[in-house]
Design a protein around this ligand. Structure first.
Ligand SMILES: Nc1ncnc2c1ncn2[C@@H]1O[C@H](COP(=O)(O)OP(=O)(O)OP(=O)(O)O)[C@@H](O)[C@H]1O
Length: 295
């Protein structure tokens, strides 16, 4: 078995740089052959994936967080035939690693174990439109309050998982709503909004259970719509996201969808798989079981 490892040394506040040699040592110990590609800068994983010959590998593995996996996935799906890709793997060394949780991969050991065991499962992929081109995500993409939080968290990366929580409280003090026209499988939802998330998998920011009912292989994505909510209610509701009970507040609604389109005033930046990339208006669609992941 030969693996392609696409490794981000800067992920997880440079945890990647520490973990990469340990992963290599383990793989050699288990007799797994590999070729390693180290990302040198932002979005480099996309370019590495574009140049790979997938047929030469039995697995293509991201060593990083959700962002590294996002760039790798896009390089693979944009430049290669999804039907001919080998299974994908994740060794989570990012700050959040939200998508890997739905594969039951929470630690480096879990990621390695999944590769060594060789068991895979099918995973749906979501696409969104940016400048007339499809881009892909497997975790979630959102806009509004969530994007503002991530922007703040990004500046606080050194404090790890907790940076998202700090981001939430910082942005709560500056709470703003935006006008939105959302269409979910032909159903229109208009009005002022706090945030929207299109969720293929359940978690965001590491441990926040944004879409508790999302399944990564059911052919649907879940849409979480948070309408206008007072600062006090948001503060009371926010902690509930860790147990996935935030839907108890009437401002928070859940939908399941195969397609969605959205327009906002003003245009809002998007946050696919934790990366600031693209903006509204956009269109989201599901591609059932397009890829397989080691799990
Ligand atoms: N050598 C590098 N130097 C700086 N940035 C890099 C490098 N290689 C990749 N990147 C960028 O680092 C960013 C963060 O990576 P990633 O999301 O994997 O880690 P994280 O932010 O710690 O984890 P998570 O998204 O799970 O919270 C990505 O946008 C990626 O393109």
């Amino acid at each position: 078995m030969t693996l392609a490892l696409i490794a981000n040394p800067s992920a997880g506040g440079r945890k990647g740089a520490r973990v990469i040699p340990q992963v290599e040592k383990r793989l050699r110990l288990y007799g797994l052959d590999y070729r390693i590609f180290i990302t040198q800068q932002h979005a480099h994983a996309l370019d590495i994936a574009r140049r790979l010959t997938p047929a030469n590998y039995d697995g293509i593995v991201s060593i990083g967080g959700d962002g590294t996996n996002f760039h790798l996935l896009n390089g693979l799906l944009k430049y290669h035939d999804p039907d001919r890709l080998p299974p994908l793997g994740i060794i989570p060394v990012g700050s959040g690693n939200s998508f890997a949780r739905d594969l039951n991969i929470r630690t480096t050991k879990d990621g390695l174990r999944a590769l060594i065991r060789g068991r895979t499962r099918p995973v749906d992929v979501c696409s969104f439109d940016r400048g007339g081109q499809p881009w892909y995500f497997v975790n979630l993409a959102g806009f509004g309050f969530v994007t503002d939080v991530a922007q703040t968290a990004h500046h606080l990366k050194r404090v790890g998982d907790f940076s998202y929580v700090m981001g939430v409280f910082h942005r709560m003090l500056n709470l703003r709503f935006h006008h939105m026209e959302l269409e979910i499988d032909g159903r229109r939802i208009n009005g002022d909004n706090c945030f929207v998330e299109f969720c293929n998998s359940r978690y965001t920011g590491g441990k926040m259970l944004m879409a508790p009912h999302a399944k990564i292989d059911d052919g649907w994505f879940d849409v979480v719509v948070a309408g206008p909510i007072s600062r006090g209610a948001l503060m009371a509701t926010f902690p509930k996201i860790f147990s996935g009970t935030h839907g108890q507040h009437p401002a928070v609604r859940f939908y399941r969808a195969r397609t969605a389109s959205v327009r906002t005033d003003p245009p809002k930046p998007l946050l696919p798989d934790g990366e600031l990339f693209g903006s509204t208006p956009t269109r989201v669609a599901i591609h059932p079981q397009w890829v397989r992941y080691f799990s």
